[in-house]
Design a protein around this ligand. Structure first.
Ligand SMILES: [Zn+2]
Ligand SMILES: [Zn+2]
Length: 247
């Protein structure tokens, strides 16, 4: 091997050449999760409802001012649009597990900035049939990344999904609420009694899923429930005014 080739090889060891943007696959010159264009295109959720975290230019969304939420507060670092939609599809349907760590960093950041004070994390469970199909629970994978960064342990045995429901994304707001009704059951309440629980999911749409889980946790002795999702939808019928303000 020539000296030049040796140096190149050494350089490749110190600076591995094969670092790719997790979003578009473009090769990167430096260690980063995203290339610059993909990073710039991330739909950060900057202005949102102070209760449910829905993208909004006002302070409280229509749903929160009209209905009761069982959780205290929900936050999402991203709006469910643009390249986030593609990445969610990739980890939900294409087995792209490499996306969980880079995306959970944004969730941990939003958790810390929101000053949530939680004792335990409960990822929204998937039905065991879905788990078998997909090989993992995406909410749990995101929760693992958050847990590592904010030092809050995960409790996986508290809640279980008892109803195999059709995908929420295909349904209207009202259908969604019916779809999640009695979807979950308490399995082990020991570890959540008197605790502040952080419920983690991938995408929040109407909030009916996380609402159902937090009701169950509160009925079984949890002190308070907070919610953290990767993204919050801004296209739902129930939040017409939200979509209008954003368009
Ligand atoms: Zn990229
Ligand atoms: Zn709201």
């Amino acid at each position: 091997m020539s000296f030049k080739a040796f140096l190149k090889k050494l350089g490749d060891l110190v600076y591995p050449a094969n670092i790719k943007c997790v979003c578009c696959g473009r090769e990167l010159d430096e260690t980063a999760d995203f290339c610059k264009p993909c990073y710039k295109a991330l739909p950060l959720n900057r202005r949102y409802c102070k209760y449910c975290g829905a993208p909004l230019s006002g302070s409280v969304c229509y749903s929160c001012s009209n209905g009761e939420r069982s959780f205290c507060k929900a936050r999402s670092p991203f709006m469910y649009t643009g390249n986030i939609v593609n990445m969610v599809r990739k980890f939900k349907y294409d087995g792209a597990k490499y996306l969980f760590e880079p995306l959970s960093k944004f969730m941990a950041d939003r958790y810390l900035k929101s000053h949530f004070d939680c004792d335990i994390i409960v990822p929204v469970p998937v039905h065991k049939k879905r788990l078998k199909e997909r090989g993992y629970n995406q909410a749990e994978e995101l929760a693992k990344g958050v847990s590592k960064l904010v030092h809050v342990p995960i409790e996986n045995s508290a809640v279980t999904r008892v109803k195999f429901s059709v995908s929420q994304t295909e349904l209207s707001g009202e259908e969604r609420e019916k779809n999640v009704l009695d979807s979950f059951a308490m399995q082990n309440s020991e570890d959540i009694v008197d605790k502040n629980v952080l419920v983690i999911d991938d995408v929040m749409t109407t909030g009916s899923t996380v609402d159902e889980v937090s009701k169950l946790l509160l009925e079984n002795g949890a002190n308070k429930v907070y919610v953290l999702t990767l993204a919050h939808s801004c296209l739902d019928k129930d939040k017409n005014e939200v979509s209008a303000l954003l368009s």
